[in-house]
Ligand binder design. Structure first.
Ligand SMILES: Nc1ncnc2c1ncn2[C@@H]1O[C@H](COP(=O)(O)OP(=O)(O)OP(=O)(O)O)[C@@H](O)[C@H]1O
Ligand SMILES: [Mg+2]
Length: 277
């Protein structure tokens, strides 16, 4: 069943009326270092539409996190155009939340699971707003951490810490979720559960998601479009593949099999014939 046929939320309606892409990237350049400059990104062209689920796919070190950090406003472009809702990105904003690759860096170690979610709201000035307790409860339930609410991060597993990060980001109801390989450390079953939970949230609340991964199957499970990055230095968006298969997607779907082979060819130069064996 294509959940996207469901009635849109008021948020989606507002977003639709606003029109135009959420992110518009033209001729983007990112150079690190002064004395020994490294050109991480060059000539990046990409637009991300409102409500879209876009996956950035690329090999390790190609610049996926760099691009996401630029979208979050944590890094400044060295050249080119980088717009959020038609305005240049000047810094971080509460409408764009980031999930980090490393949950440990993102969580407060001395605070409990519940306090960490509350802290996310507090940072954005949303604590004690109407319905805040219910929202925290909903998010903890969603990621399966309700029974672990009184533990601190060191008392829960790595996967649970990642889920906690997700609960904390969702609680502030951002417009855009920027996710940097958030499920890479999870076991296969938990990972599948997180994919379902994320798609459920995305479909219900119609947020825009930019999701970084180097896992082709993960991109095929989640994305509306997959932007494939070339290897660095000077990485750019080399290909954009649209995935029209309805969700939930079945990995055994032959069409996905063909797309997998095609993407493997684009990423690693593996021929489609080899990949299908
Ligand atoms: N702050 C920095 N200073 C200098 N070079 C950097 C910095 N951040 C990233 N780089 C370089 O830019 C390139 C892209 O790094 P980035 O972390 O964006 O890659 P990635 O695609 O996210 O890789 P991975 O899949 O391993 O997370 C790498 O060569 C990296 O060494
Ligand atoms: Mg990275």
């Amino acid at each position: 069943m294509d959940m996207r046929a469901e009635a849109p939320s008021p948020r989606t309606e507002r977003a639709r009326r606003r029109g135009g892409p959420v992110f518009s990237i033209k001729g983007l350049l990112k150079v690190f270092g002064d004395d020994k400059p490294y050109v991480a990104l060059k000539d990046v062209e990409l637009t991300v539409e409102n409500g879209e689920f876009l996956c950035l796919l690329g090999a390790s070190g190609c610049g996926k996190s760099t691009l996401l950090n630029l979208l979050a406003g944590f890094e400044k472009p060295s050249g080119g155009e980088l717009l959020y809702n038609s305005k240049p990105i000047a810094g971080p904003g509460r409408e764009r939340v980031m999930f980090f690759q490393d949950a440990n860096a993102a969580l407060l170690p001395w605070q409990t699971v519940q306090q960490n979610v509350e802290f996310g709201l507090k940072l954005q000035g949303l604590l004690h707003n109407q319905g805040w307790r219910e929202r925290i409860e909903e998010c903890l339930e969603l990621v399966g951490l309700a029974e672990h609410r009184h533990k601190v991060p060191s008392e829960i597993s790595g996967g649970m810490r990642q889920r906690l990060q997700i609960a904390r980001a969702l609680a502030v109801e951002p417009d855009v979720l920027l996710m940097d390989e958030p499920f890479a450390a999870l076991d296969a079953i938990t990972r599948r559960r997180m994919h379902e939970a994320l798609l459920d949230v995305w479909q219900r609340e119609k947020r825009t998601v930019v999701f970084v991964t180097h896992d082709i199957m993960e991109a095929l499970t989640l994305a509306d479009r997959i932007a494939v990055m070339s290897v660095g230095p000077g990485s750019r968006i080399a290909h954009i593949i649209e995935i029209k298969q309805p969700r939930p997607r079945n990995p055994a779907d032959p069409e996905l099999g063909h797309l997998f082979a095609h993407l493997e060819h684009l990423l690693h130069g593996v021929s489609p014939e080899e990949s299908m064996q």
